[in-house]
Design a protein around this ligand. Structure first.
Ligand SMILES: Nc1nc2c(ncn2[C@@H]2O[C@H](COP(=O)(O)OP(=O)(O)OP(=O)(O)O)[C@@H](O)[C@H]2O)c(=O)[nH]1
Ligand SMILES: [Mg+2]
Length: 272
């Protein structure tokens, strides 16, 4: 079951370090406004996950941005495990101070307790499973199954709470909802795929024109209407109904899927 906010606040009493997982393509929109409150007396590390799908230059800028704000930030590819060693390293750096505090109060041998937090679909379970080196959390688009809380020992110093804190994004802001729909954080039924696909194509033509040209083997004219570009892609891809009309549903889904699976290339939606 997804944890409620109340449950997360209760669980956080046991936690020393919060690992907030963001989608590297949309670090701003995938942030949850409550985390600031949760982190008041805790150390925080940011993971920019799915960095294999994001624009490397922009990810570097985000890391610099967080560094400037004194927040350690690490780029990760959770499905391959790339970057997670650096996360462990950072947990140990942050944990050093905490351990010293424990030692002073006579609590020797206490491990550093970590919780992974983030909005749906950013890769929390994949990260936990990879750190645990076994499947403890369910991966997919559904919330995990209920089970009793247990701690996963990462090594002799670090323990991880086995269920992640799932937070809700701030969907009342239109641009946040749109960006999260691009990266598929909002459930499929909640959105109008044709509209989202159109908005995404517009963003891609404005920011990554060459990648669209290359993927769909077209040349985009200056000032060409997005609808015309979409229709030309549909013709190339054979997304045509009998009678020659454009199959709008099919081409919309195709563009969204191509983007989400990285087929158009590495793309970031938000810059710092
Ligand atoms: N390309 C890519 N895909 C990833 C990465 N990490 C996770 N995924 C995929 O993203 C999807 C969601 O991953 P989960 O680990 O289930 O995400 P979650 O945050 O636990 O999601 P909820 O439990 O719904 O809150 C899965 O299809 C993963 O395979 C990554 O670094 N790169
Ligand atoms: Mg999960």
């Amino acid at each position: 079951m997804a944890k409620t906010k109340k449950q997360i606040i209760e669980d956080l009493k046991l936690i020393d370090i919060i690992v907030e997982v963001l989608d590297a393509r949309t670090p701003k929109s995938s942030q949850n406004p409550d985390v600031r409150e949760y982190c008041k007396n805790k150390k925080k590390i940011i993971i920019l996950n799915k960095s294999d799908l994001a624009d490397e230059n922009i990810t570097t800028k985000w890391i610099e941005y967080y560094k400037k704000n004194n927040i350690p930030c690490i780029k990760v590819e959770a499905n391959t495990g790339k970057g997670l060693k650096d996360v462990i390293k950072q947990i140990k750096i942050e944990g050093k101070e905490i351990k010293e505090k424990y030692l002073k109060s006579g609590r020797t041998g206490r491990s550093i307790k970590v919780m992974v937090l983030g909005i749906p679909n950013v890769g929390k379970s994949t990260i936990i499973n990879n750190l645990a080196k076994r499947n403890v959390a369910e991966v997919g688009n559904k919330p995990g199954i209920t089970k009793t809380k247990q701690w996963i020992k990462i090594d002799k110093e670090i323990e991880l709470m086995d269920t992640p804190g799932m937070l809700w994004p701030r969907l009342n802001d239109e641009s946040i909802a749109e960006h999260l729909a691009f990266v598929n954080t909002i459930g499929e039924n909640a959105i109008d795929n044709e509209q989202i696909s159109y908005d995404l194509l517009k963003y891609l033509v404005e920011n990554y024109k060459e990648k669209i040209e290359k993927r769909y083997d077209i040349k985009i004219e200056n000032g060409e209407e997005i609808i015309d570009i979409r229709d030309r892609i549909a013709l190339k891809k054979g997304a045509i109904l009998s009678g020659g009309r454009i199959n709008e549903q099919k081409i919309s889904d195709m563009i969204l899927t191509d983007f989400r699976t990285g087929k158009i290339g590495r793309i970031s939606i938000e810059k710092p």
